[in-house]
Design a protein around this ligand. Structure first.
Ligand code: NAD
Length: 354
């Protein structure tokens, strides 16, 4: 076995915790990539991995992405991520979340958790019974926080509009064709916002019943998950899992823009340049999908500092996402460097890793 730190996904992470509590059924990895700007913040993923090494890769890549995301969103937080290795039937128990809460508490505030794929608000409420370092908890109407999905969706919707304006030169998404891979908490929200503006939608989800139901509700076409990446469209919006933009995936695309919420869309670093070579405008994932972390971080900071937190403040910060993307695309064109590289360089400078 190679040394852990020679793994291509290891990026001088500050610390990686392997957590095992057999009695309470918890196996988890908590990776803290950077605390340069503040406590490492990032959600918890609950997933069944065929191989434990895949869980480690997820934790490493996702935590680095959180450092970049929080820095680019202007938040006073570093980057971290937890993955809980679910068993095959993805069984959740109160004991499991108690053990996870204890592990987070044990880090003494260096890591602040929230929801990610497979984790609900109710799960975070359970974790919160054991630790102070949780965000994404239920909040009163009009306050920042709660389920991050709708805020993430809002940022992506605004980012898609900015991309359409930048690449296609049109102000509105009316009649613009968006192909959506994954219509869960985030993708479903984006689809609804786009549908309101009259976008033409094609949807796909491995939960085919869900895809059919939303397709019917929004008057959208539905295709199989295998077909969605090759749908001829203006915008391909990935909102399921990461690493879909590899050589094969990029070759299949028939779109002008890739803009969606999935984390770590590029399978490898060089894939960003491949998109650019094909003339496809890419919205770096951690810039466009920051709406949820903006909301839950503001919720956390408000609770920690005992300050009221207005949802409009969250919306104001999310409204800056399109400008940030446009700046990246302009720099990318000026420097002849792909948007992902431009964004990475900006983020690395912000976290003191130039
Ligand atoms: P979710 O579990 O609610 O939705 C994911 C959806 O993708 C599900 O409906 C699932 O059936 C579908 N799916 C899975 N594999 C698929 C495939 N191969 N083809 C088509 N559909 C597939 O999760 P979510 O919260 O909507 O998150 C989606 C993505 O966005 C993830 O990559 C997540 O890390 C990222 N993200 C989420 C948030 C948030 O606020 N929830 C914030 C930032 C980034």
């Amino acid at each position: 076995m190679n040394a852990f730190w020679t793994d291509p996904d290891f990026d001088d992470h500050e610390v990686v915790h392997f957590v095992r509590d057999e009695a309470r059924g918890l196996t988890a990895i908590i990776a803290l990539h950077s605390t340069h700007l503040g406590p490492a913040a990032g959600g918890t993923r609950f997933w069944h991995y065929a191989q434990p090494v895949a869980a480690m890769r997820d934790a490493l890549r996702l935590s680095r992405g959180m450092s970049y995301k929080n820095a680019m969103a202007g938040l006073p937080m570093g980057g971290g991520k937890a993955v809980i290795l679910a068993d095959e039937d993805r069984r959740k128990t109160p004991d499991l979340f108690a053990a996870f809460g204890d592990a987070v508490q044990g880090l003494g505030g260096k890591y602040v958790t929230a929801e990610d794929v497979g984790i609900t608000v109710a799960d975070m409420v359970a974790v919160n019974q054991r630790t102070d370092y949780v965000s994404g908890l239920p909040v009163a109407e009009g306050e920042a926080g709660g389920n991050p999905g709708p805020f993430t969706a809002l940022g992506i919707y605004l980012g898609i509009k900015a991309a359409v304006q930048h690449k296609l030169g049109v102000e509105s998404v009316e009649g613009v064709h968006v192909a959506m891979q994954g219509i869960g908490s985030v993708g479903g929200g984006v689809a609804r916002l786009l549908a309101k503006d009259g976008a033409k939608l094609t949807l796909a989800d491995i939960s085919t019943d869900h895809a059919q139901a939303l397709g019917q509700e929004l008057g959208a076409d539905v295709v199989s998950p295998d077909a969605i990446m090759s749908v001829g469209c203006d915008v391909f919006s990935p909102n399921a899992l990461g690493a879909i933009l590899d050589e094969e995936g990029i070759a299949r695309l028939d779109c002008k823009i890739v803009a969606g919420g999935a984390n770590n869309q590029l399978a490898r670093e060089e894939n960003g340049a491949m998109l650019a070579d094909r003339g496809i405008l890419y919205a770096p994932d951690y810039v466009i999908n920051a709406g949820g972390i903006i909301s839950v971080t503001m919720e956390y900071l408000c609770r920690r500092d005992n300050a009221p937190c207005d949802i409009n403040e969250v919306r104001k910060r999310i409204a800056l996402i399109p400008d940030r993307l446009t700046q990246i695309w302009q720099d990318s064109e000026a420097k002849g460097s792909s948007p992902d590289r431009v964004a990475d360089a900006m983020a690395q400078a912000l976290i003191g890793r130039e």
